[in-house]
Write a protein that binds this ligand. Structure first.
Ligand SMILES: CC(C)(COP(=O)(O)OP(=O)(O)OC[C@H]1O[C@@H](n2cnc3c(N)ncnc32)[C@H](O)[C@@H]1OP(=O)(O)O)[C@@H](O)C(=O)NCCC(=O)NCCS
Length: 294
């Protein structure tokens, strides 16, 4: 019976979006809530294939722990090559319920992303983040939706700086941390660090929004030297990361920002080939046909 119910729900919680002639994305909403053990093991194995190829060493947190729980608060997006069936990449984004005094703020954490080396440098990272983010936008009832991101990779730090709204820190603007960004960063580092594989011994530098000694809680294999970390298009971003982070110690930025519909429309224009835009927008429920007049 449980398997039947899970199976029935599974059709509603899976969204397929065609990204190009050869690639489709599949979005799974909190698969730990409704997938059977077998389906979940299959999904985890797909993620592991990409991680094994893209990351030099095992990961031991989030979707790579043996638990169901990390799949219960995450949106998982995978890219699939239509011809070969290869999984081209994935990301796994938890929604964090962050307590700020009496308030609880939903924060979409951009989460672990990995692209199979055969498909890197083709814009897949942006596509998978974008799709996951927008899909979350109509599942999280806040407007705008807060996002967080933890990374040492300039290609990711730069993309988050440029594609989301009111992002702090950003390589583009030097400014004081806005108070709400600071409150959220403090609370996330204090209470949600296990979600991104940061161990208890890591410390938070509030001036720079840097988690010092970040690769200590199961994410150790992601630690990179400054030269190994994939570059961003804008050299100013690469220089900013190199100046602010101690790659030897294993520092990460934590970025806070917001997502609203302007982020989506910009994304659609930049990333999805024109012939696929209407279909992608419909599947992501970005717009609806106007109600018929009676
Ligand atoms: C980090 C990682 C996900 C990037 O994947 P990718 O497929 O290369 O990513 P993209 O092609 O979408 O490019 C990301 C950025 O790199 C830069 N980039 C991509 N192709 C480029 C090119 N040909 N020339 C210059 N810059 C390029 C761009 O700045 C791009 O962002 P933009 O398109 O918004 O400007 C990938 O290297 C990976 O899986 N690494 C291992 C796992 C990992 O470290 N994950 C991150 C943990 S936080």
């Amino acid at each position: 019976m449980i398997a039947l119910v899970r199976g029935a729900l599974s059709r509603e919680r899976v969204v397929r979006v065609r990204l190009s002639e050869t690639i489709e994305a599949i979005i799974y909403d909190r698969p730990g809530v409704w997938m059977s053990d077998t389906e979940l093991a299959e999904l985890r194995a797909q993620l592991r294939t990409v991680a094994d190829a893209a990351i030099p060493g095992p990961l031991d947190y989030g979707v790579f722990s043996a638990q169901r729980a990390p799949f219960e608060n995450r949106l998982v997006v995978i890219g699939r090559h239509l011809g070969s069936g290869d999984i081209t990449g994935f990301n796994a984004m938890p929604t964090l319920s962050v307590k700020l005094g009496p308030r609880t703020v939903n924060v979409l954490h951009l989460g672990l992303v990995a692209i199979h080396p055969a498909y890197q440098r083709q814009g897949m990272q942006g596509l998978l983040y974008g799709l996951g983010g927008f899909s979350a936008l109509h599942r999280i009832p806040d407007d705008p939706v807060w996002i967080s991101n933890v990374t040492e990779v300039p290609a990711i730090f730069g993309a988050v700086s440029d594609h989301f709204v009111d992002v702090y820190p950003s390589y583009r603007h030097a400014r004081e941390a806005p108070p709400e960004h600071l409150d959220l960063a403090r609370a996330i580092v204090a209470h949600h660090r296990h979600e991104f594989g940061v161990g208890a011994e890591a410390t938070f530098d509030e001036q720079r929004f840097v988690i010092q000694g970040s690769y200590t809680g199961g994410s150790d294999a992601l630690k990179k030297t400054a030269d190994q970390a994939p570059r961003y298009r804008d050299p100013a971003c690469n220089e900013y990361c190199r100046a602010q982070l101690d790659y030897g110690r294993g520092d990460d930025f934590i970025q806070l920002g917001k997502m609203d519909r302007s982020v989506i429309t910009n994304f659609l224009e930049r990333r999805i080939p024109a012939p696929f835009r209407p279909q992608a927008a419909r599947q992501m429920k970005l717009w609806q046909y106007p109600a018929r007049k009676t």
